[in-house]
Design a protein around this ligand. Structure first.
Ligand code: GLY
Ligand code: MN
Ligand code: MN
Length: 437
């Protein structure tokens, strides 16, 4: 898709309106050394990217609100020697037109220019507390401006966390963002289908992981949105299992929690399926409970329903299931009251999804769960994790199941982004049938 700078310029204009007055300073992420002179793959800061569409390291967005709003980019200078080694740089001459800024300056001039720009501004907005180095740098700058008080220059009196404004903007996805998220979801569902078709007993978890990464990358999603969880058998009961180095056993389930990042947006899908392509009776019993819980939660993911309604809907179905399986004892209300379900379901049913896999945005407003509204994107991911224990029926030991989809709240209901990854017992077994592979 062609880069459209007006999308980012409109977001900057909205932030400037929300600020009303003052200056905002939003740096991108630092490069992080992996070892010696080798770095981890670079990932921009999400807030910075949201406002700029700019993916180079060493860059800062500066916005000045007021009667004559201004948006400025600081970025790396052109440098033929560095570009031979590390690749192309846009540079401050080309950046204003390419990225729709009023002006751009070399990053090396940041401190000097900021000292001028923050003078006499009433308020300073930046990601306060987000990074100790930046905190120190910004406060030092402010102190230097303050020292000029006798020459009639004032430093900003107020300091605000700009994320309070940005998080709320990012929570509501615009058409451009939803389009990218649909494509990210489509790639990830293809990867889950590929994994189901590939998986066989005796393979190693990392071999299945390789299939996921292959499918992501060949569609242009160069990185997963988070480290893929490929967890066979008992490993599925470790919620953040990422070792992915065990051999898959014939009679086990395989839980895969994996999603690609595309164009800076995450997808986040979990599917659980039998290594040999056929659910056992016990696996199926537990699976159907988790699937029914997910169906109930998705039905509750509607505009004007509260954030916790999908979770509560899933929890009631899971709890009844745990009682039926003799994992929990008493009535549904008693088990919920005593929270004895937490032994088998210890996480919540979802989170916001966007540029970050656990995306920004408040879940409560003034102490109350917020209503779901069109444009919000969330995951719905109930699960059941049965660890060996004396009071747990033996035939259920080490069954770990999670089913996770990505859901957009729409005007009249919801849109499922990740339906193309099979999740009924029949659909999974059909895709995994030997003659289908
Ligand atoms: N993959 C992380 C999560 O499901 O929250
Ligand atoms: Mn998730
Ligand atoms: Mn997940």
């Amino acid at each position: 898709m062609n880069f459209d700078p007006s999308i980012y310029a409109r977001r900057r204009a909205r932030l400037l309106e929300k600020m009303q007055r003052g200056i905002a300073i939003i740096p991108t992420a630092p490069e992080v050394a992996r070892n010696a002179d080798t770095h981890y793959g670079y990932r921009h800061d999400s807030n910075f990217y949201y406002l700029s569409g700019f993916t180079e390291p060493e860059a800062v967005v500066v916005l000045i609100a007021g009667d004559a709003p201004q948006s400025i980019l600081f970025c790396r200078d052109k440098d033929m020697e560095r570009e031979i080694w590390d690749g192309y740089r846009v540079g401050p001459d080309a950046a204003p037109e390419r990225f729709g800024f009023d002006a751009a300056y070399p990053i090396a001039q940041l401190d000097e220019k900021l000292a001028e720009l923050i003078g006499n501004q009433p308020a300073l907005f930046y990601p306060l507390g987000g990074d100790a180095t930046w905190d120190g740098r910004i406060l030092k700058l402010r102190g230097e401006v303050q020292a000029k008080v006798r020459s009639g220059i004032c430093a900003p009196d107020e300091i605000h966390d700009v994320r309070a404004l940005l998080n709320e903007m990012r929570l509501f996805k615009d058409a451009h963002e939803l389009d990218i998220m649909r494509r990210a979801a489509a790639i990830s569902t293809a990867a889950h289908r590929r994994a189901m078709q590939f998986t066989r007993p005796d393979q190693f978890e990392y071999q299945v992981e390789a299939e996921l990464l292959h499918e992501f990358c060949r569609h242009g999603a160069r990185h997963p949105a988070y480290t893929s969880i490929v967890a066979g058998g008992a490993n599925a009961c470790v919620l953040h299992y990422v070792d992915n180095n065990a051999q898959l056993r014939d009679a086990d389930l395989l839980l895969i929690d994996a999603g690609c990042e595309l164009g800076g947006y995450a997808s986040d899908i979990t599917r659980t399926f039998p290594v040999n392509g056929k659910f056992s009776a016990a696996q199926k019993d537990v699976y159907e409970i988790v699937l029914a819980a997910q169906t109930a939660a998705i039905a509750a993911a509607q505009p004007n329903r509260k954030w916790d309604e999908p979770h509560n809907a899933a929890l009631r179905v899971l709890t009844q299931g745990f009682i039926d399986l003799k994992l929990c004892h008493g009535s549904v209300d008693e088990v919920l009251e005593k929270e004895s379900y937490k032994k088998f379901y210890m996480h919540r049913t979802g989170h916001w999804l966007g540029m970050d896999v656990h995306d920004v945005g408040d879940y409560k407003i003034a102490g109350n769960w917020r209503p779901l509204q069109p444009g919000m994107v969330l995951t719905v991911e109930p699960g059941c994790y049965i660890r060996p224990a004396a009071d747990v029926p033996l035939y259920l030991w080490n069954i770990g199941i999670r089913i996770e989809d990505d859901v957009v709240i729409t005007e009249h209901g919801n849109e499922m982004l990740t339906d193309a990854a099979p999740k009924t017992v029949a659909d999974i077994e059909e895709l995994m049938r030997k003659d289908q592979r």
